[in-house]
Design a protein around this ligand. Structure first.
Ligand code: GDP
Length: 304
């Protein structure tokens, strides 16, 4: 029920627009499909994914000859869940990390302001609550505020943080953090990195170097590269996903600020287009406001 609450805006928006589009109609015709297309695009599902969904529904209309508007909800639900299934395991209900990697190393990337630090803090809190030993590394060394903010979260969650002065080499901080994590017998190491999208080559070089140096300590690190995207920024989030996936191998996504937007559709479009699973969603500023992404709950929250 917390998910429903967090996604209130998206839900009300999507569902009420859809209801309006089909009001007074008994079957799905071209007008309904046009309206649906517009609703999906304005919910930030993205044009490509919207076209895909519309085509799938058109195919069903063609096949079944007659498609009642009352069936449209159910079919949309199935189609959206189907798209999410292609990339999202999405059945997890609890914060977990693979047990066969210790320490499990997560490298977190994303542009400043998307909620990267907050997501790391919330995630560390959840993992600690599960009894795991978590160590943070402040390798976003470009801004003093980034280091300070991560420190605030480390204090709040009461876990160790490894940091150096602003302007120091991110790879060096990552190296220290992994060594410290190994020495402390940590279960999870979360490294905050590069918050700048200065240019693609620099970003790629920086992330590649951080990875290479990590591998001097743990040869298959990082085990997860988590890209944090702000769900309220629509096309910007798509653009950032494009740039980061070009710069490094991103293995999972966190989409934040879904509480403050009527456009939760970005989750659908991004997981469809980038084929990277959405693992976490941010639904508020508080320490408890991070949720495991569960595709069934997510789809349901749109259609309730
Ligand atoms: P960073 O620069 O990417 O590290 O961003 P921060 O973690 O400092 O977050 C930027 C702002 O977004 C802060 O004011 C956070 O409280 C806020 N924020 C982060 N995640 C969420 C979220 O899921 N929902 C809301 N409403 N605010 C969030």
């Amino acid at each position: 029920e917390t998910l429903d609450k967090g996604l209130e805006k998206s839900k009300t928006n999507f569902f009420s627009k859809l209801s309006k589009a089909v009001a007074g109609k008994s079957k799905v015709d071209d007008d309904v499909l046009d309206d649906l297309e517009e609703i999906l695009v304005t919910s930030d599902v993205g044009v490509k994914t919207t076209i895909k969904i519309i085509e799938r529904i058109e195919n069903r209309v063609a096949r079944d000859k007659y498609l009642g508007t009352d069936e449209l909800n159910q079919i949309l639900r199935e189609e959206i869940a189907g798209l999410l299934s292609e990339t999202n395991v999405g059945e997890a209900t609890d914060f977990e990390i693979p047990k066969n990697k210790k320490p499990y190393v997560m490298m977190v990337v994303g542009v400043n302001g998307v909620g990267k630090t907050t997501t790391i803090g919330k995630l560390a809190y959840q993992l600690k609550k599960k009894g795991l030993k978590v160590v943070l590394g402040a390798a976003d060394t470009f801004r003093a505020a980034a280091i300070d903010q991560l420190q605030v979260w480390a204090d709040r969650v009461d876990i160790p943080i490894i940091k150096q002065d602003m302007g120091s080499d991110p790879a060096s901080v990552a190296f220290d953090t992994l060594q410290s994590g190994v020495n402390q017998d940590a279960d999870v190491i979360i490294i905050d990195t590069a918050g700048r999208l200065h240019n693609k080559v620099n970003l790629m070089n920086e992330l590649t170097k951080v990875k290479r140096v990590m591998q001097k300590v743990i040869d298959d690190a990082p085990h997860d590269v988590l890209l944090v995207l702000d769900g309220s920024t629509g096309q910007n989030a798509f653009e950032q996903a494009k740039q980061f996936t070009a710069a490094t191998e991103v293995t999972s996504l966190a989409v934040t600020k879904l509480d403050g937007t009527a456009k939760g559709g970005v989750v659908i479009g991004i997981s469809d287009q980038f084929k990277i699973p959405v693992k976490y969603i941010g639904v508020g500023e508080g320490i408890e406001d991070l949720q495991i992404f569960n595709k069934y709950e997510f789809v349901d929250s749109f259609f309730k």
